[in-house]
Design a protein around this ligand. Structure first.
Ligand code: GAR
Length: 214
């Protein structure tokens, strides 16, 4: 059974989805830690109310990013994490940290990467006039939102969408996308040779590249 730590900064709805999937009988992973860089992250309360181990490593209490990340790394090791999932964790991690967790560090982003990396990707999608957007689960690499894609879910962008309505549709897709991708990584069904592409297979061993919520 693989041990997974989840890093959050706020609401934590993806963290909830990952925790709930971990509670199913055939889960490939357990959640060993929910860690936030913000003491006021809403998701912390949900996690502790549901019996998950929580910890705050407040980045503002460290004089350098290196010290913050050293504490983060120590705690992840103390918790026994095999894999780390970023779930709305809004701190950029350094190359040094990313290299330590290479192939074991996942992120979810609310766009079809490489389109719309960075902040407000849903508004970026609306501004660009795209007809389809979605979410991406990927391994974290040194460059922001640029690591090898594990799986993507596509959703429509509707003519009347606001940032709020599109964000909600994408978030619903995120909740259905992250846990299966994490389970596949934990079960050894995601192959990544360190290059720019990763491949994921379903439980029957068939390639699984995407989900369509269209
Ligand atoms: C999610 O939409 C996640 O994809 C996004 O922040 C939100 C967190 O919501 N992450 C990023 O934009 C990272 N670049 P949550 O706290 O309810 O999971």
């Amino acid at each position: 059974m693989k041990q997974v730590a989840i890093l959050i900064s706020g609401r934590g709805s993806n963290m909830e989805a990952l925790c709930q999937a971990a509670e199913t009988t055939d889960s490939a992973y357990q959640v060993c830690r929910v860690l936030s860089n913000r003491p006021d992250a809403k998701g912390l309360q949900w996690a502790s109310d549901h019996g998950f181990s929580t910890r705050v490593v407040d980045h503002r209490k460290f004089t350098s990013k290196a010290e913050f990340e050293a504490e983060l790394n120590d705690d992840l090791n103390t918790a026994g994490a095999d894999f780390v999932c970023l779930a709305g964790f809004m701190r950029l991690l350094s190359a040094n940290f990313v290299q330590k967790w290479r192939g074991r560090l996942l992120n979810i982003h609310p766009s079809l990467l490489p389109s719309f990396p960075g902040l407000v990707p849903q508004q970026q999608a609306l501004d660009a006039g795209v007809r389809i957007s979605g979410c991406t689960v990927h391994f974290v690499s040194e460059d922001m939102d640029a690591g090898p894609i594990i799986v993507q879910t596509a959703v429509p962008v509707l003519p009347q969408d606001s940032e709020a309505t599109l964000s909600k549709r994408i978030l619903t897709a995120e909740h259905r996308t992250y846990a299966p991708a994490l389970a596949a990584v934990c079960a050894g069904r995601v192959f990544w040779d360190g290059g720019s592409k990763a491949t994921m297979s379903d439980e029957a061993g068939e390639p699984l590249h995407h989900y369509l919520d269209i």
